[in-house]
Write a protein that binds this ligand. Structure first.
Ligand code: NAP
Length: 286
């Protein structure tokens, strides 16, 4: 039996849908079962929390493979490592972890450093593992949907740095592949979308799909921090996101490869299709 954490999030929802469509039974550990996108006799739901070892223990009964993914949070690293240890103790033989492309021994920003250290922890447990290290999620653009609707522009402190944005749903589908297929143990998958582009090109492509001019405004790090501070309460998270964006501005995500397409046996989702699907969110205000 497979267990998914983060099954109400972007990656976990897509992993669950892929398993569901393939007819593979699985279990989820979720805080709020109402948020599950799929339901049925093949989907077992354990209500719990990654900060609650008792509910984790309940969810791990009879599990052989598990997906580790949760949102960025000050306690993320500790909770993911605790879950991994409990999973290994419970006899789980293969852990698939969503990490990030910047995770590396030399990573200094808190988020990729935590991902890398958690990867090391999982390796130390002696179980099989697969690490998914995705590029920038296309879904991040939805954070700027209100700005794009209102002003036709979005601002980021990324200069002309390039990313190979990936649809988070593709990451979830890759997770389902790694959880169900053979040959994924000991693999680090660096996952990208199909195109390497800076955000001026992102804006240009969005303009083409949305049939109106969208502009990318190069923002200073200080202005980014001031705007973000209005939405993020946690000082840790604010620092973590700002240092991550400084690394991206310096080129940490300038990599494109065919791994996602190879693993999914289809092209990775492109930005145009993504924007088309979410065009309502970017539509101008009347
Ligand atoms: N954004 C990017 O561009 C990017 C790029 C590369 C890698 N990543 C990595 O991707 C991961 C986030 O994936 P995502 O976008 O799928 O996340 P997401 O949409 O924010 O979903 C987070 C999931 O974690 C669950 N969760 C959070 N805290 C929990 C807890 N204490 N107990 C149980 N469940 C908990 C949430 O449950 P609720 O629904 O109950 O909140 C939700 O299901 C992060 O590790 C991030 O570093 C992101």
């Amino acid at each position: 039996m497979i267990l998914l954490t983060g099954a109400t999030g972007r990656v976990g929802t897509a992993a669950g849908k892929a398993l569901f469509q393939a007819g593979v039974p699985f279990r989820v550990l979720v805080r709020d079962p109402e948020k599950m996108a799929v339901a049925g006799p093949d989907v077992q739901v354990v209500q719990g929390d990654l900060s609650d070892p008792a509910s984790i223990g309940e969810s791990l009964k009879g599990i052989s493979r598990a997906l580790i993914v949760m949102g960025n949070h000050p306690d993320q690293a500790g909770l993911e490592r605790q879950f991994a240890s409990l999973a290994a103790d419970a006899g789980v033989s293969h852990l698939v972890k969503v990490s990030s492309m910047e995770a590396a021994p030399e990573a200094t920003a808190a988020l990729p450093k935590n991902h890398y250290d958690t990867e090391r922890h999982i390796i130390s447990l002696g179980v099989d593992w697969t690490f998914l290290r995705p590029n920038y999620y296309m879904q991040n653009m939805l954070m700027y949907a209100a700005s794009i609707s209102r002003t036709g522009s979005f601002a980021l402190p990324l200069g002309v740095a390039k990313t190979a944005m990936i649809d988070a749903r593709d990451v979830g589908e890759v997770a389902a592949v790694a959880l169900t297929g053979a040959g994924h143990a000991g693999q680090v998958y660096r996952l990208t979308g199909p195109s390497l582009m800076d955000f001026h090109e992102v804006a240009q492509r969005m303009s083409g799909v949305l049939q109106r001019e969208i502009n990318y405004v190069e923002q200073t790090p200080a202005a980014f921090r001031a705007v973000l501070g209005q939405f993020i309460q946690s000082a840790w998270q604010l620092d973590a996101v700002c240092e991550l964006f400084a690394e991206i501005a310096a080129g940490s995500l300038e990599e494109q490869n065919s791994t996602t397409a190879d693993l999914l046996d289809r092209p990775a989702m492109d930005l145009e299709s993504f924007v088309q699907q979410f065009s309502q969110a970017f539509a101008p205000l009347d």
